[in-house]
Design a binder for this molecule. Structure first.
Ligand code: HEM
Length: 443
């Protein structure tokens, strides 16, 4: 018979592990793997089971919506996001997933890739040789432009885009606190909570206006919102305004912050590893020969693909939740019914058993012969199973396309003496990235 999951030491009376997880999430979470495949911690008095081994990932994520629903993290998102695909569970989730799938068809992705390339080309055109840019902000803006133009190509005014960026930033920055602290905290009128409510209201209004404008125009504009307006379920029923709103909010939440932060880290790693930079540029020159990248070029950029894989290993989403629907077994341990669980791509990706010297940036871990030796589910930047990232190809297309456009023409290096810290909330963001950009001699 399975044993119960072991409890991690270091819990405080009443507070449980809230203090260590808020104080140092990037040290605390990977440190749990030594206690077992699933480890019990406490948020206050609430027991939370942390998945800490690829076999337990298989048991929890792959059955997906049969034995598990979304849990704490997504419930805290619901008041902000509405009933979008990322907060739905079970049958409702499956219905939305089927409805949304056409939004990410190959044909649509080719269109989005052109939007992404244009956005990157426009951004670098504004750079001056030798200038210092704040690369973290520049990459956030790029991801925002790519997503808002892919979502609603013609009505993405600067004001709309700004309202969405601001709202999503507030949401992701406060997410770890929203997960860990009791819900009553959200009602306390702290400056942060007041700012949060204002930002959400502004973003909701902006999105409602865009949806109204699209409904009134009634034409396919080759973007995500047109695709969402065109979807129908088996009974021919389209998405209601409320559902549409929730999906747009969800795509904005999932589709801006993560690619923006990842792009910043990609530039950072390429900028501080001259040999990596050399190989990226040599590959770009060889495959593209100076012309702009097309969708079909992206899989040919194999080395750049390994660089992006490695960035997604090192700076990956921090944690997501699940809740058991019945007593279940994960990694050979018993998890009670109605229990909160957490899986952390960050924890798994920093486990020295699968990734020796885990802090070291080494794209060659992803050489096919080495990657083939990894246990299944040790690397899950986009999760696995029923609830995995529906935007995975959108994201990898965006990361590859934008890095290709930038690095084919520019070198970006961190301003010497800058200390870059990893700031953890729902994602790992760089504290700052002042980088000097120089036009490449060959361009
Ligand atoms: C570097 C970029 C990205 C990363 C690392 C990432 C990661 C993830 C992960 C780990 C999940 C699973 C959450 C869970 O287990 O419950 C997820 C879900 C999701 N992602 Fe992404 N994502 C990225 C970019 C995107 C983009 C660009 C989009 C949309 C354009 C997107 C849309 C979504 C949606 C809609 C879900 C919910 C899927 C569902 O519930 O069926 N993501 N993402």
């Amino acid at each position: 018979m399975d044993r119960p999951a072991p409890e991690a030491p270091g819990g405080w009376p009443l507070l449980g592990h809230i203090v260590p997880i808020l104080r140092s999430p990037l040290g605390f979470l990977p440190g749990l793997a030594k206690y077992g495949a699933v480890v019990k911690i406490r948020f206050g008095t609430l027991p939370v089971y942390v998945v800490a081994h690829p076999d337990a990932v298989r048991d929890v994520l792959v059955p997906g919506d049969i034995d598990y629903k979304r849990g704490l993290c997504f419930e805290r998102l619901k008041p902000g996001l509405g009933e979008g695909i990322a907060t739905a569970s079970g049958d409702e989730h499956r219905r939305l997933r089927t409805l949304l799938q056409p939004v990410f068809s190959r044909e649509r992705l080719v269109e989005y890739s052109t939007i992404m390339r244009t956005a990157a080309e426009e951004a670098v055109q504004k750079w001056h040789d030798g200038e210092v840019i704040q690369a973290d902000e520049a990459m956030d803006d790029l991801a925002l432009t790519a997503l808002t133009r892919s979502l609603f190509r013609f009505t993405a005014t600067e004001e709309t885009a700004e309202a969405i960026k601001h709202g999503m930033r507030e949401l992701t920055h406060s997410l770890l606190k929203r997960i860990v602290l009791p819900p009553a905290w959200e009602r306390v009128p702290t400056p942060g909570n007041i700012r949060f409510r204002k930002a959400m209201a502004r973003m909701n209004n902006a999105i409602a206006e865009v949806i109204d404008a699209y409904r009134a125009a009634g034409e396919d504009r080759g973007d995500v919102l047109s695709a969402l307006l065109a979807v129908h379920d088996d009974d021919g029923k389209p998405l209601s305004d409320k559902e549409l709103h929730a999906q747009v909010m969800t795509l904005a939440l999932t589709g801006i912050e993560a690619p923006g932060a990842t792009l910043g880290w990609v530039l950072y790693e390429i900028g501080r590893n001259p040999q990596v930079a050399e190989r990226v540029r040599a590959e770009l020159d060889e495959i593209l020969g100076g012309r702009p990248p097309e969708f079909d070029d992206l899989p040919k950029l194999e080395y750049l693909g390994r660089v992006i894989n490695e960035v997604l290993r090192l700076r990956t989403p921090l944690l997501f939740s699940r809740r058991t629907l019945k007593e279940t077994s994960a990694g050979g341990l018993t998890i009670p019914a109605d229990a909160e669980m957490i899986y952390s791509p960050y924890l798994l990706h920093h486990d020295a058993r699968w990734f020796p010297d885990p802090q070291r940036f080494d794209p060659d871990r992803w050489l096919p012969e080495k990657a083939a030796k990894l246990p299944k589910n040790a690397y899950i930047p986009f999760a696995a199973g029923a609830y995995q990232c529906i935007g995975k190809i959108f994201a990898t297309t965006e990361l590859t396309m934008m890095t290709a456009v930038i690095c084919a023409r520019w070198r970006a290096e961190l301003v010497p003496g800058t200390e870059v810290r990893e700031v953890a909330s729902a994602l790992i963001r760089p504290s700052r990235l002042p980088m000097t950009v120089r036009r490449r001699a060959t361009a």
